[in-house]
Design a protein around this ligand. Structure first.
Ligand SMILES: *Cc1c(COP(=O)(O)O)cnc(C)c1O
Length: 355
């Protein structure tokens, strides 16, 4: 199927920033992908100039947050080619989120093709300096004008692209994380495993509190016992204990990160033992104090791998590895980012060539 393309006028093209002044998530490219679901099927997939929507104030997404999204990236390789990282995994996860939120599925080939064509149209926007990439945001929203509580019968699906610099402006350096003890992100039977807007609105309160105390990141605990570590902000979390890698096991409240899965595979290939199990924060802070837990890091598309240097829990700050980037964190980062940017051989076949 061909996707029609309506290019924006020359005078509508936006100003591009230098790679060195790219931030995260404020600037978008000239075009977007758009399609509309009604009468039981997706209609008129097309690439159009980036533009605002007009919405009725009663539009259901504005009231009940029937909304899902994805976060993925494309990278420019040294030879100038552009590659997405594991896009079919995002297509699959979007459909899993859609199922949970009573929204329609999208054909995975159409999902990947739509993004591929869109990136081709806006290929000049893909930056190439170290630490930069093209962030891809596929989004589905309930677009029906109706405030009764039932699944919408109409939806928009669109994809926007943002050239981005490093997620943390200081680069690959340990960050500080605050363990949320008052509120939780997700509970069993809830929507924690879906990438749906409401999950993120629910995290703003603790995040604001953490930032006021000087901690950019939050670590979430389980809702039942308030002791098992689940995730960090909107990223998965890993610890190095006795030289082996531990991450919380997926139990329905944790988002199934594609970076998480990729890092586990990379670590296994490098010969590290990896474990997916419940991790008690009280035990972890003891292990940090006595040095058995020697490294901790977040993993996710936005920031790939982010080392954690300090953890604040119950009025005490615990320093990991003297607040330095650990060796295993560094090795995993080099391998993952190396594959994504085409500097390390992609033995897993994870890169999907766009142009
Ligand atoms: C998106 C997301 C992640 C990371 O998933 P990736 O596929 O690795 O980007 C982890 N946790 C939450 C809550 C997320 O929304």
């Amino acid at each position: 199927m061909d996707i029609p393309i309506l290019l924006c006028k020359e005078e509508e093209r936006k100003q591009k920033h230098e790679d060195s002044s790219l931030t995260f998530g404020k600037d978008f490219t000239d075009h977007m992908f758009f399609m509309h679901f009604k009468e039981g099927k997706w209609q008129d997939p097309r690439i159009i100039p980036y533009q605002s929507f007009e919405m009725d104030p009663a539009c259901s997404v504005l009231h009940y947050s029937q909304e899902i999204f994805e976060g993925m990236k494309a990278f420019r390789h040294p030879d100038g080619s552009i590659h997405m990282f594991r896009p079919y995994e995002n297509a699959e996860r979007m459909n899993i989120s859609a199922e949970r939120m009573c929204m329609p599925n999208i054909n995975k080939d159409l999902f990947v093709k739509a993004i591929t064509e869109l990136i081709r149209v806006d290929n000049e926007w893909v930056p190439n300096s170290p630490g930069t990439s093209l962030y891809i945001r596929p989004t589905m929203i309930a677009s029906e004008t109706f405030i009764g509580l039932r699944p919408s019968e109409e939806f928009y699906f669109y994809v926007i692209l943002a050239p981005v610099g490093p997620f943390f402006k200081d680069g690959f350096q340990p960050t500080k994380a605050y363990v949320a003890v008052e509120n939780v992100r997700a509970a069993p039977g809830g929507t924690g495993e879906a990438k749906t807007g409401g999950n993120y609105a629910a995290t703003l309160y603790e995040t604001k509190k953490a930032r006021e105390l000087g901690y950019p990141m939050v670590i979430w605990l389980d809702s039942l016992e308030r002791k098992y570590v689940e995730e960090g902000s909107a990223m998965n979390i890993m610890f190095v204990i006795d030289g082996e890698i531990y991450t919380p096991k997926l139990d329905g409240t944790i988002l199934r990160g594609i970076t998480r899965e990729s890092v586990i595979e990379i670590a296994n290939k490098m010969g590290y033992s990896t474990h997916e199990e419940n991790l008690d924060i009280n035990v972890l802070v003891e292990q940090i104090t006595n040095g058995t837990c020697s490294e901790a890091f977040f993993v996710g598309t936005a920031a790939s791998i982010t080392p954690i240097g300090k953890i604040f829990f119950n009025n005490q700050e615990y320093v990991i590895n003297d607040n330095e980037v650990g060796d295993i964190t560094q090795r995993l980062y080099d391998e993952l980012v190396g594959i994504q940017t085409g500097k390390v051989q992609d033995e897993f076949n994870w890169n999907y060539k766009v142009a």
